[in-house]
Design a protein around this ligand. Structure first.
Ligand SMILES: *Cc1c(COP(=O)(O)O)cnc(C)c1O
Length: 339
């Protein structure tokens, strides 16, 4: 495992762990572009879902910094939290395996029978799961502190990775991703990205400027404008001068709900480009882009990059989406019979 002494935040050297190959591909999506009302050459996809570690996704770029810092400070155990189907928790488990560290995941909810998707992978990567029950954001954070204290008392050296990996330190991963993207596409007008805990959008805003990033709120935090704004300020050392571009119209009944615009977006991406989106994040991001083209916020003739942040395992942990996808097969299937 190679590591690099890297740039600094606030004058301190931080060791970034090397957890991925870069750059990730930037691929054209002409058939999807046409299907959503753009010109074929307008739309490109930044494939952060193809990051190799642990099934891939945006959280790896943040973990390079947060888990890297934990390791360089001598931590033995990574502790983090999330929803039951948290991609961040799954990738923290994978990062711990890669770095030779123990991982404890404090997850909202309780164990259910069909524990699939991300939870199955958490187990495969050897993480220990603590189920926190039906808890508020504050209660989940308190549970994490309890678990860390308990680990310390037993002689471990725990490091707490923030919810979603989103601190100013974690967001450095997307500052670098924004720079990477500008090399691949200097003419970029708009990068469209799902907003969960906010670090991904914040890093991109720092690298590309607020006017070039369109964030689509997914319902993971109560006040995305405040959450992302706070992280942008943490990166820059001062509040952003330009307002954030955020769409709040794709949450529907709530974070874990599947909406019709999201199901449409997932189907369209799958059937035009063979590209899989997930119902919680990337499906909402594409539904937000479709809505943005519809109301003129994103226009044909300008270069748009859809940031594919991963999430495929979450699709297999979302029974309603699986049922809808399966029923599409059932509707068209025929049984072969010998002539
Ligand atoms: C976490 C996540 C996001 C959102 O990233 P944040 O930095 O938390 O805002 C987007 N897509 C997927 C697949 C994710 O797992």
């Amino acid at each position: 495992m190679s590591e690099e002494r890297q740039g600094t935040t606030r004058d301190q050297d931080i060791t970034r762990a090397e957890l991925m190959s870069r750059p990730t591909p930037l691929e054209p999506a002409p058939r999807l572009a046409r299907a959503i009302g753009l010109e074929p050459e307008d739309l490109w996809v930044k494939r952060d879902d193809l990051i190799g570690l642990g099934g891939g996704g945006n959280k790896v770029r943040k973990l390079e910094w947060t888990a890297g810092a934990a390791r360089s400070e001598g931590a033995t155990t990574l502790v983090t939290s999330g929803a039951a189907q948290s991609n961040h928790a799954r990738l923290t488990a994978a990062a711990g395996a890669r770095l030779g560290m123990d991982v404890v995941l404090v997850l909202a909810g309780a164990p259910t029978e069909g524990m699939t998707g991300n939870i199955a992978l958490d187990g495969l990567f050897g993480a220990r799961v603590v189920w926190a029950g039906e808890v508020s954001e504050a209660e989940l954070a308190a549970a994490v502190q309890d678990v860390a204290r308990d680990l310390r008392e037993r002689g471990a050296r725990p490091a707490v990775i923030p919810f979603g990996g989103s601190s100013a330190l974690g967001a450095l991963g997307y500052v670098a991703a924004g720079a990477e993207l500008l090399v691949q596409d200097p003419d970029l007008a708009t990068a469209v990205v799902a907003v969960g805990s906010g670090g991904t959008m914040a890093g991109l805003v720092h690298a590309l400027g607020a006017e070039r990033v369109l964030g689509v709120h997914c319902g993971a935090v109560a006040d995305p404008e405040h959450t992302v704004g706070h992280l942008v300020e943490g990166l820059a050392g001062q509040p952003a001068a330009t307002p954030l571009r955020l769409r709040l119209d794709q949450v529907g009944p709530g974070y874990s709900a599947l909406t019709e615009p999201v199901m449409d977006a997932m189907t369209t991406a799958a059937r035009t480009e063979g590209m899989v989106l997930d119902p919680i994040y990337t499906g909402r991001a594409l539904a937000g882009l479709i809505a943005a083209v519809h109301d003129g916020q994103v226009r044909p003739g300008q270069r748009t990059v859809f940031v594919h942040t991963g999430g495929l395992p979450g699709l297999f942990g979302h029974p309603e989406t699986l049922e809808r996808a399966r029923s599409a097969v059932a509707d068209t299937a025929v049984r072969w019979s010998r002539g």
